[in-house]
Design a protein around this ligand. Structure first.
Ligand code: FES
Length: 244
């Protein structure tokens, strides 16, 4: 992708990528299926990379390369059910995937449009009625904020992040806000550190600004790991959403 230098160029990338991401976000049926396989830490350790490889082989074998996109995502949040695979636009939710399941799913679901019920997450199957991932008890009452794009976009394709309003806030900050405007906005938002101490982010930024008033050049270091060993909170956001 060419370097983006203006807001018009950013918005042009956003509009083009929105067409792609809409299959997942709005369930828009374009005749192409997006198959999202979780590449988060939990699902990777339970074998999701083998699932992706098998999917690629079977999609090729069935002549579906133009009809199926295979996308590795970050963590969906249901790690105990991994490896997890979701098929859009319908949002069909396959759990605990094994390589042996893939040929049947590709043939029946991706080629002929018939989901393979025996491999679906049991809660989503009620006779002929199949619920989507978003209608399960685990997700139905969630309103995701920091994790809204995890499990929805490919973190390795920056266009997909841009399609979800990526860098719009950065543009606003750089073109129409002072340093104090930014700090006051963050203070008013109540945003706090997520590593356990809950330190107010706006206070941290205020301290950084006040302590190095006269520096010609300033550096910001982002610590993207956390205090609780193995908690993977910040890391999950960075792995599953935007490109750092
Ligand atoms: S790592 Fe796959 S759902 Fe969390």
């Amino acid at each position: 992708m060419n370097m983006i230098k203006t807001i018009d160029e950013l918005n042009a990338v956003k509009a083009a990528a929105a067409e792609v991401v809409n299959v997942r976000v709005n369930g828009k049926d374009t005749g192409v299926k997006d198959v999202l396989v979780c590449g988060g830490t939990g699902c990777t350790s339970s074998g999701s990379l083998k699932i992706i490889k098998k999917l690629e082989e079977e999609v090729e074998k069935n002549g579906l390369k133009d009809k199926v996109n295979i996308i590795k995502t970050g963590c969906f949040g249901l790690c105990a059910l991994g490896p997890i695979m979701i098929v859009y636009p319908e949002g069909t939710f396959y759990s605990k995937m094994e390589e042996e399941h893939i040929p049947e799913i590709v043939e029946s679901h991706l080629k002929n449009g018939v989901p393979v019920k025996k491999y679906l997450y049991a809660e989503t199957v009620d006779g002929d009625n199949i619920k989507s991932l978003n209608d399960t008890a685990f997700y139905a009452k969630q309103h995701r904020v920091a994790l809204r794009n995890c499990g929805m976009i490919s973190p390795e394709h920056i266009e997909e992040y841009i399609a979800r309003d990526g860098y719009q806030a950065l543009y606003k900050v750089l073109t129409s806000m002072s340093q104090d405007d930014v700090i006051n906005t963050i203070l008013a938002s109540g945003l706090r550190g997520r590593g356990g101490a809950g330190f107010p982010t706006g206070r941290k930024w205020q301290l950084a600004k006040d302590l190095v008033k006269d520096a010609d050049q300033k550096f910001v270091c982002c610590n993207a790991d956390e205090g609780d060993p193995g908690a993977f909170m910040d890391r999950s956001v960075l792995e599953g959403d935007r490109i750092p």
